[in-house]
Design a protein around this ligand. Structure first.
Ligand SMILES: [Zn+2]
Length: 459
């Protein structure tokens, strides 16, 4: 996962050099984009090549001036900028010195802690390049996904394996950056079984931009439907993926556990409308990852809470804005839509639709919803997808988000100051303004009954 994220950080990292002994057999499902029979070093290099962004090449030793990331703890060439990236089971961390760990934790083949550690390490590299004013990493820090809490060592009590956990009845809506990492993390976790639905409606399929953040996708997936690509790259899990190139709500089903990784509030409201007994959600914003266990109905936040659906600006309003902008607005619009200024004037006065009108409206829509200059970085969605995968499994095991605070339903992790107190779980109550889970909504009783039935079945 570390090589995977670094290899996608085009524009941040120029090249990655891999120091890895030859002929180490692959332990299990490690590199989704590489042939399974290749030894570890070859699989890592071929996986990076399949992404085709940042150059990853073999090396015999680090060169002076390079940032050194040591995976595991056996390394005696540490310099001032060396960071140790460590992960076992549900826990992952990063430090300036090797972190001692009890042997019991080393036995776990679960990928979640290692994936978190990979995200932490990639974030440190990103911050040192793009936001050096924030780049004073703490000597050591880490995160435990079994309890979703900051800790430099794994907390006791987490299972080391997942044999017998059946994902059947689970559906994922949205196979973008967060959703595809969710698939990736479940694929890599030994012991999981069952049939899982993957739904994604994006008609463009996998784009070049997706390759920056979607960890199972490579060049060969460009233009293809995202759900199919994730299922193809992760086909050799014991989990069976059923894919749909459509919006989840169009399937007309109510799964036992609905996992939302969609990225618009409109889509979240549509998913909430199905009122499945259990729902999870994860999202990213800039350098922040967040995961939510929806409900309980009418008490905890639902998918629609705090997420008012985006409004589309009306045609008349767009026309009024252009009129108010005077000649400069007319000139800009004419240039952008490739029509004459006279045509823009005529449209402003008469408001006729037709082909010119449609083109003008399209241009105005683009102007009124500018793409904000946000960071869309792989490590944030990798963390969100990993948090979402661990909450999926813990939910199916009947475990709380955090053992010490069973009512907590929300977890936030931001990478700008990873050791800050806000990186924690907490209770997120329902939004008093939300219509979808208001006490007067007719669906609330049904939703409550489904939730109770689902928890009774688990006992
Ligand atoms: Zn709500």
């Amino acid at each position: 996962m570390l090589i995977n994220l670094l290899a996608r950080a085009a524009g941040v990292i120029r090249s990655v050099h891999l120091v890895c002994p030859p002929d180490v057999p692959l332990a299990s499902r490690i590199v989704p984009l590489a042939p399974r029979e290749a030894p570890l070093d070859q699989a890592l290099l071929q996986g990076a090549l399949a992404i085709g962004a940042v150059s990853v090449s073999p090396a015999s030793a680090p060169a002076p001036g390079q940032t050194i990331l040591v995976v595991g703890s056996a390394y005696d060439g540490a310099q001032s900028r060396t960071r140790f990236v460590t992960g076992y089971g549900w826990w992952g961390g990063i430090s300036s010195h090797p972190l001692p760990l009890p042997d019991a934790y080393r036995a776990s083949a679960l990928p979640f802690g290692p994936y978190l550690a990979a995200a932490l390490a990639t974030a440190e590299v990103f911050l040192s390049v793009r936001l050096p004013q924030y780049s004073e990493p703490a000597e050591a820090y880490g995160w435990d996904c079994w309890n979703q809490t900051m800790t430099c060592t794994p907390l006791p009590g987490a299972p080391t394996g997942l044999a017998g956990v059946d994902l059947s009845g689970t559906a994922l809506a949205g196979v973008g950056a967060v959703g595809s990492t969710w698939v990736h993390a479940l694929w890599a976790a030994p012991g999981l079984t069952g049939t899982v639905i993957l739904a994604d409606a994006d008609s463009k399929g996998v784009t070049l931009t997706n390759l920056n953040r979607c960890t199972p996708f490579g060049r060969r997936h460009l233009g293809l439907p995202k759900a199919d690509c994730a299922a193809e790259a992760c086909a050799d899990a014991e989990i069976v993926w059923h894919t749909h190139h459509t919006r989840f709500e169009e399937l007309g089903i109510t799964p036992g556990l609905l996992v939302s990784a969609v990225d618009t509030n409109q889509a979240r409201a549509q998913l909430q409308n199905r009122y499945p007994p259990r729902m999870l959600s994860a999202s990213t914003l800039d350098l922040r990852a967040e995961a939510l266990r929806v409900g309980p109905p009418g008490i905890g936040a639902c998918l629609r809470c705090y997420n008012p659906p985006e409004t589309v600006t009306g045609d008349d309003e767009l026309r009024a804005r252009t009129r108010a902008g005077g000649d400069p607005a007319v000139r800009t619009l004419a240039a952008e839509a490739d029509v004459s200024q006279a045509e823009v004037q005529r449209w402003l006065e008469k408001g006729e639709c037709g082909e010119v009108g449609a083109r003008l409206l399209q241009s105005l829509r683009r102007q009124s919803e500018p793409v904000p200059a946000r960071f869309a970085v792989g490590f944030t969605s990798a963390a969100a997808g990993t948090l979402l995968a661990t909450e999926t499994i813990k939910t199916l095991m009947g475990q709380p988000m955090r053992q010490a605070a069973p009512h907590h339903n929300n977890v936030t992790f931001q990478f700008l100051k990873p050791t800050a107190d806000i990186n924690a779980t907490g209770p997120l109550a329902r939004d008093p303004q939300c219509p979808a889970c208001s006490p007067t909504h007719p669906a609330l009783d049904t939703w409550r009954r489904r939730t109770i039935e689902a928890s009774t079945q688990m006992l």
